[in-house]
Design a protein around this ligand. Structure first.
Ligand code: SF4
Length: 212
């Protein structure tokens, strides 16, 4: 059984899949406590569901793109079986994970979106950089940027791990903290091969809306 915070359909607000209809399966619980976390409601609570129950719920929505998110979904062991079962159904499966847990057991058909944590999150020491060596085609990275220091640190990591050559990189400003225009200016000044990733759902429904 898995502990599920919510399952809902919406559009994908982030990553290169932004704007596409998507079913979100949010697992309860997280091993991190990022300073700017916008999903703290998923730390506790939720409903026990079997993989079959989740599959049926997702299939009823009639959308072929599904994102497994949290919290940190990989802290629940059955998450791996859930992702494999969704892939077996022919769905495109995205996994949003915080970068602190080894992704070695993730089904190779899953498209991983790894959110490595920058210094202003206060979780920077939790990053497991061995995950870079497990990136495969279709995977993406996301750095949430709260200030210039986070941007400079991300730039350093991008160069150190040669990430521009390896994968799609999303730089996402913390909503209502860092102005997107500042981030765009820095990216252009440095000639980076990255996507500036605004959280589309917050522009459509506001920053506090849940289940959308
Ligand atoms: S990893 Fe995600 S859910 Fe967990 S504390 Fe950080 S932002 Fe919140």
């Amino acid at each position: 059984m898995l502990k599920i915070s919510e399952i809902y359909s919406s559009i994908q607000g982030e990553s290169s899949y932004q704007g596409l209809p998507c079913v979100f399966v949010r697992l309860t619980g997280c091993n991190l406590r990022c300073s700017w976390c916008d999903t703290a409601y998923a730390f506790f609570g939720g409903e026990e569901m079997s993989i079959d129950e989740i599959l049926n719920n997702v299939k009823e929505k009639g959308i072929s793109l599904v994102e497994i998110t949290g919290g940190e979904p990989l802290i629940q062991e059955e998450c791996y079986g859930l992702m494999t079962a969704l892939c077996d159904e022919g769905m495109i499966v995205l996994l949003e994970t915080g970068g602190s847990i080894d992704t070695v057991k993730v089904d190779e058909r899953v498209k991983k979106i790894i959110d490595f944590k920058a210094p202003s999150s206060l979780m920077v020491d939790e990053n497991d950089w061995s995950n870079v060596s497990r990136l495969t085609a279709g995977d993406e990275l996301k750095f949430v940027i709260g200030d210039r220091a986070d941007y400079d640190w991300s730039l350093e990591m991008i160069k150190e791990y040669e990430l521009e050559e390896k994968t799609i990189i999303n730089l996402s400003p913390v909503h209502n903290v860092l102005q997107p225009a500042d981030l765009v200016k820095w990216v252009l000044e440095d000639g980076l091969d990255v996507r500036v990733n605004l959280q589309l759902h917050k522009y459509i429904w506001g920053e506090k809306a849940m289940g959308v």
